[in-house]
Design a protein around this ligand. Structure first.
Ligand code: IPE
Ligand code: IPE
Ligand code: MG
Ligand code: MG
Length: 324
C-alpha cells in the first residue's frame, strides 16, 4: 500500500513535466529562455506542485469528479506557478549576496552558469510568469483571484521573502535584533527559528495544498485544515533539509563543493534545528510535525477521497524519511 501511495503522489509528474516544458520551449534560443531552462530542467523533486495536484485531486475525487484528463488541465498552471516561484526563490537563495552557493542540484548555480545579472532577471521572469499562469487558470475568476491573493501573501512581506531575509542574517548572536524594528529582548530563539522556517519554507508548501483545495472548490474548513496540514509538512520539510545539510557536511561534501569561505549551515552559529536542538532533538521534532500533519489529515478524512487521503499520508512519511 505504501509503495502504491508513494507512486501515487508522483503519478502526475510526467504530465506536469511535459506541461512545464511547453512553457519554456527548447526551440527558444534566447539568453533568457536558456537561463530559465537551466534553472528548471532537470528539476528537483517537484514536491510542491505534486502536493498541490494531490490536494486538488483528493478534494475533487471525494466529490466523485475524478481529477484525470481534462480536469487535470485546471490545476496544472497553478502547480506550475508554484514551482516557478520555488525556482525563483532558489536562484536568489544561491546568489553571492545570499547563501553564496555555487552549485544547485549537482550543477552550477544559475549565477555561476549565466552571471549574476542574468540570474536575477531570470528569477524576475519566473515570478512574473507564475502570476501570468495563475491568472489564466481554467477555474472560476473568483477562485483564480483567491489563489492569486493567497500565493502572493505566502511569498511576500509576511511570507517566503520575509523568511529569507531573516534567515540570511539569523546568527545566534544577532537574530533577536533582526526580528523586528522594535527589538523584543526576550524572544526565545526556538520561537525565532520556528517563525523563520514557517515563513521561508512552510508557507509555500501550505499554500500549495490550499490552492489545490480552493481550485477544487473544497469546503472552507477543508481548505483551512489542509493549509494547517501543509504548514506542519513544511516545518517537517525544512527540519529534514537542515538534517540532510548536517549529514552532507559531516561527510565533507558541502553543497557548493567549495564552501571554504562560507559558513556551513551546520555551523553552531547558524540558527537551524540541528544547531539549536542537536541531531536527535531535531529528529524528534521532525517526528512531532509528522504526527501533527497526520492528525490534521485525519480530521478531514471524510472530505477527501480514500486514495487522495492515502497519498497525502504517504507524503508525510516520505518527507520524514527523505534522503535528498
Ligand atoms: C529546497 O527545496 C529549499 C528548501 C525550502 C529547503 P527542495 O528540496 O524542494 O528543492 P528541489 O526543487 O527539490 O531541488
Ligand atoms: C532554501 O533555503 C530557500 C528557501 C526556502 C526559499 P536553504 O538555503 O535552507 O536551502 P538550500 O539548502 O539552499 O536548498
Ligand atoms: Mg538559504
Ligand atoms: Mg541555501
Amino acid at each position: 500500500v505504501r509503495t502504491q501511495s508513494r507512486e501515487g503522489i508522483f503519478r502526475f509528474l510526467l504530465t506536469f513535466e511535459c506541461w512545464l516544458e511547453r512553457c519554456f520551449p527548447v526551440g527558444d534560443d534566447s539568453l533568457l529562455n536558456r537561463a530559465l531552462r537551466h534553472a528548471l530542467f532537470p528539476g528537483g523533486k517537484r514536491i510542491r506542485p505534486m502536493l498541490c495536484i494531490t490536494a486538488y485531486e483528493a478534494c475533487l475525487a471525494a466529490k466523485r469528479q475524478a481529477a484525470s484528463g481534462k480536469r487535470l488541465v485546471t490545476i496544472l498552471p497553478v502547480a506550475a506557478a508554484i514551482e516557478l516561484i520555488h525556482t525563483f526563490s532558489l536562484i536568489q537563495d544561491d546568489l553571492p549576496a545570499m547563501d553564496d552557493d555555487t552549485e544547485r542540484r549537482g550543477r552550477p548555480a544559475l549565477h555561476v552558469a549565466f552571471g549574476e545579472a542574468t540570474a536575477l532577471l531570470a528569477s524576475d521572469a519566473l515570478f512574473a510568469r507564475a502570476f501570468e499562469l495563475l491568472a489564466g487558470a481554467d477555474a472560476s475568476p473568483a477562485r483564480c483571484m483567491r489563489v492569486v491573493a493567497e500565493i502572493a501573501r505566502a511569498i511576500g512581506k509576511d511570507g517566503l521573502v520575509a523568511g529569507q531575509l531573516q534567515d540570511i542574517s539569523a546568527e545566534m548572536s544577532n537574530v533577536k535584533c533582526q526580528m523586528s524594528n522594535t527589538p523584543i529582548p526576550d524572544i526565545p530563539l526556538r520561537k525565532v527559528l520556528r517563525h523563520i522556517h514557517c515563513l521561508k519554507t512552510a508557507r509555500l508548501i501550505a499554500v500549495s495544498f490550499k490552492s489545490g483545495a480552493i481550485i477544487a472548490a473544497a469546503r472552507p474548513s477543508v481548505v483551512s485544515t489542509l493549509e494547517q496540514a501543509g504548514t506542519y509538512l513544511g516545518m517537517l520539510f525544512q527540519i529534514t533539509d537542515d538534517l540532510l545539510d548536517v549529514a552532507t557536511e559531516r561527510r565533507g561534501a558541502g553543497k557548493s563543493g567549495d564552501s571554504a569561505l562560507r559558513t556551513p549551515r551546520s555551523a553552531p552559529e547558524v540558527l537551524t534545528y540541528p544547531s539549536l536542538y542537536g541531531v536527535e532533538g531535531s529528529r524528534s521534532r521532525a517526528r512531532g510535525y509528522q504526527a501533527r500533519y497526520q492528525s490534521a489529515l485525519r480530521r478531514i478524512r471524510s472530505d477527501l477521497s480514500p486514495g487522495g487521503y492515502r497519498d497525502l499520508q504517504a507524503a508525510g512519511e516520505m518527507i520524514l524519511a527523505r534522503t535528498q
